[in-house]
Design a protein around this ligand. Sequence first.
Ligand code: TYD
Length: 204
Amino acid sequence: MFIVLEGPDGSGKSTQARLLVEHLVSRGRQVVQTREPGGTPAAEAIRSLVLNPQFAGLDDRTEALLFAAARAEHVAQVIRPALQQGAVVVCDRYIDSSIAYQGVGRSLGVERIRELSLWATADLLPDLTLVLDLDAAEGMSRVGERDRLELEPQEYHDRVRRAFVELAIHDPERYRVISASGSIQEVAQRIRHAVDEFIAGKPA
Ligand code: TYD
């Protein structure tokens, strides 16, 4: 089973991914936790390039291709092999981040970016995507030192947030929108509930 956490910057995905993994392990599952961009040495190298504020003027298409390249590597080397071994994969960000940040945020087009991402991953889609939803301004106020994308104006982050929710609304079977406001434990409880319910509803 392939579970992805998505959402705007500062929505607490990384903390929640860790807590979800602890929960699944306590239920006896074999779990692989990973993140994008990154997850392999080459993809982490792409991450440090694409998020580096030193490259402020990076072309939008270059940016989209770098995220896609990191994802191709990550799927081929980590995610697909883990799924084939029967592990649950919990991934912090995936294709929908490219759709929201590059497709909508950079106006490169939702369909173009979806196609690029599906080509990069040889069509691997998550079984369940949890969209952590938080007012974009509240999210940015939680972010400490900002990477290259976090330095974008508020209007960009508002569009990105709406894009995630739009994706979720159009496919309620594969998405759950989780409110990311409140305490870490409150959000973790919402996520555990959504995931347990999803797993219970799946044929063994
Ligand atoms: P992330 O490590 O999740 O940042 P944070 O932990 O601060 O939320 O993601 C890094 C940045 O990369 C984030 O601003 C979103 C952006 N991003 C894209 O623009 N496109 C993508 O395809 C991915 C995976 C991330």
